[in-house]
Design a protein around this ligand. Structure first.
Ligand SMILES: [Mg+2]
Length: 175
């Protein structure tokens, strides 16, 4: 294991900050996105006006967005169906199962796909294992379900190692 496996290609404040123009400029034609705390906050399952606006913007720009979540099918379906977003559930991040499934389903090219997520140990690790670029976002809310709290401690330790080597992670407004 090397810390580079966990170092995101980009870091932005929120997924809503990504614009079609900046994605295109970076050669990105499809966006895979984590669900919990990246696309929607666990305590606000209906999403926000920003989320709807961002999804509309991506649709208009012809940039497919696919949710890749470790959660089970019923839970992900319930969360995203009102937004009309396609998804892969039980993605097994930090392994590549879900990312591979999304890429194969749509015939994406790996160099043209990015995965957006709020966790180094799952989202970012899985992206790099799958050979795609990654974008780390700040979690939408800081309080988590109890099982995620354990992971947050591991996250903080990894982030400290990355920042010790590469300097403070700077969350941009766009990529
Ligand atoms: Mg998450």
């Amino acid at each position: 294991m090397s810390i580079e496996d966990y170092r995101p290609t980009f870091a932005v404040e929120a997924v809503y900050d990504l614009t079609p123009e900046s994605l295109r400029r970076n050669g990105i034609k499809a966006v895979l996105v984590d669900l919990d705390n990246t696309l929607i906050a666990w305590n606000n399952p209906d999403g926000t006006p920003e989320l709807r606006a961002w999804l509309d913007e991506m649709t208009t720009a012809d940039i497919p967005v696919v949710v890749v979540s470790n959660n089970k099918h019923a839970r992900v379906k319930r969360a995203v169906e009102k937004f009309g977003v396609d998804f892969v559930s039980r993605a097994m991040k930090p392994f590549t199962k879900g990312i591979d499934q999304a890429i194969e389903r749509y015939g994406f090219h790996r160099e043209e796909v990015v995965m957006v997520g709020d966790q180094l140990m799952t989202d970012i690790r899985a992206s790099h294992r799958a050979g795609i670029r990654s974008i780390l976002v700040k979690p939408l809310v800081n309080s988590d379900a109890w099982n995620t709290k354990f992971n947050r401690a591991r996250e903080r330790r990894m982030l400290a190692k990355i920042e010790a080597k590469y300097g403070k992670l700077d969350y941009q407004k766009d990529i």
